[in-house]
Ligand binder design. Structure first.
Ligand SMILES: NC(=O)C1=CN([C@@H]2O[C@H](COP(=O)(O)OP(=O)(O)OC[C@H]3O[C@@H](n4cnc5c(N)ncnc54)[C@H](OP(=O)(O)O)[C@@H]3O)[C@@H](O)[C@H]2O)C=CC1
Ligand SMILES: O=C(CO)COP(=O)(O)O
Length: 337
């Protein structure tokens, strides 16, 4: 057993992105005793928080304490912050990182809390940080955590991954009675688990929506974890990370709960809703939709086969009809487990 960490907390935390998760994490940091600056891209979010003391657009009904300051000014948000939590949707991460890198102090930990792989490049978030924000410390926060659960004070555990001394400072900065971070230095494993589980949650959601039964869902979940492990090991992740909170833990949560936007998206697809209608502007964010083809691209580059992720990507692109997808998965060459 490792000794308890005595790392010093950062005094001020900046949160970049005031969606549901950004707002919930701002609350977590505030409850842990930090001074928090919460940056929102949309002026109406800043105004709502300032006027009403809550983010009625993304996390309604949750009062935000006074040690959270909302701002639309990025330079103000990053000023004096010991660490910056990056919480935009994953496909906007690169631009958000570049904007932050232009105004923040070099060496500041940039803690990516978004879950996804970059479409087009197949890059995981650590690689995106290295390219978009060189000279900053890469970090990730990920794990089984619905924004509203932790915001209302339900017990939540996540992993903070970074160089170990930084991971421990993040742990000290964010932990409180109902929020428990575990420190890790396996950034690749933590980044991949959080991203891939969204794709597999769409898969199990489809199976659920099609009414194929709980046995099929459990089989798919177990085979999804096998895929995630195969790719993770090829990328250099540790298997205990993939078995932990940010891998198996988040996969189990997301791939079995209708609260998950990804699982729900899959359910609606399985029930026959058109993918275009589910992706209209204003519809809930389902990160797995963009990450599915990105995951497949990355796996192909690593010469790893991911039949479930490929099937999800092909269904979402319209290349494979739903019935064909199930037949394709069930009629692959027989294998040993
Ligand atoms: N919700 C959850 O339970 C959890 C979410 N996550 C992850 O957190 C990330 C954000 O999700 P979540 O907070 O739920 O999303 P929401 O849908 O609640 O909010 C969207 C957020 O993205 C910002 N945004 C939208 N478009 C852009 C853009 N073009 N450039 C930059 N920022 C943009 C919005 O900015 P603005 O504030 O200005 O409107 C807002 O902060 C995702 O990767 C998700 O997987 C992780 C764990 C839990
Ligand atoms: O990441 C999450 C839970 O850990 C949130 O999942 P969804 O984005 O599918 O709602």
């Amino acid at each position: 057993m490792s000794a308890p960490s005595k790392a010093a907390a950062y005094e001020k935390i900046g949160v970049i992105g005031a969606g549901a998760w950004g707002t919930s994490l701002a609350l977590t940091a505030a409850r842990a005793g930090r001074k928090v600056s919460l940056w929102a891209r949309e002026p109406e979010v800043v105004e709502a928080i300032r006027k009403t003391g809550e983010n009625g657009i993304f996390l309604p009904g949750i009062a935000l304490p006074e040690n959270i300051t909302a701002t639309g000014d990025l330079a103000e948000a990053v000023s004096g912050a010991g660490a910056l939590l990056m919480v935009p949707p994953a496909q906007h991460l690169r631009s958000a990182l570049s904007a932050v890198a232009a105004v923040a102090a070099k060496g500041t930990p940039l803690v990516v809390c978004a879950k996804g792989i970059e479409r087009g490049t197949g890059k995981i978030v650590t690689e995106v940080i290295a390219e978009a924000a060189p000279g900053f410390e890469p970090a990730i926060l990920s794990g089984p955590s619905f924004a509203r659960d932790s915001a209302v004070g339900l017990p939540t555990a996540v992993t903070t991954a970074a160089r170990m001394d930084i991971a421990e400072r993040l742990q000290a900065s964010l932990s409180h009675a109902t929020f428990r971070p575990y420190a890790s230095d396996d950034l690749v494993g933590v980044a991949l688990g959080g991203a891939a589980k969204n794709v597999y949650a769409i898969a199990t959601g489809i199976v659920d929506g099609m009414g194929l039964g709980e046995s099929a869902r459990a089989a798919l979940l177990a085979r999804s974890f096998a895929e995630l492990t195969r790719l993770g090991i090829a990328l250099g992740a540790r298997s205990e990370t993939l078995m932990g909170l940010s891998g198996l833990g988040d996969l189990v949560l997301t791939a079995t709960s209708p609260t998950s936007r990804n699982f729900h998206f899959g359910q609606e697809v399985g029930r026959g809703r058109s993918i275009a209608s589910l992706r209209e502007p204003g519809k809930p964010l389902a990160e797995g939709v963009e990450t599915a083809p990105a995951l497949v691209t990355r796996a192909a580059a690593e010469k790893i086969e991911l039949p479930i992720a490929e099937t999800v990507a092909n269904v979402l692109s319209g290349a494979l009809p739903l019935d064909g997808a199930i037949v394709r998965l069930m009629t692959r060459p027989l294998k040993s487990e």
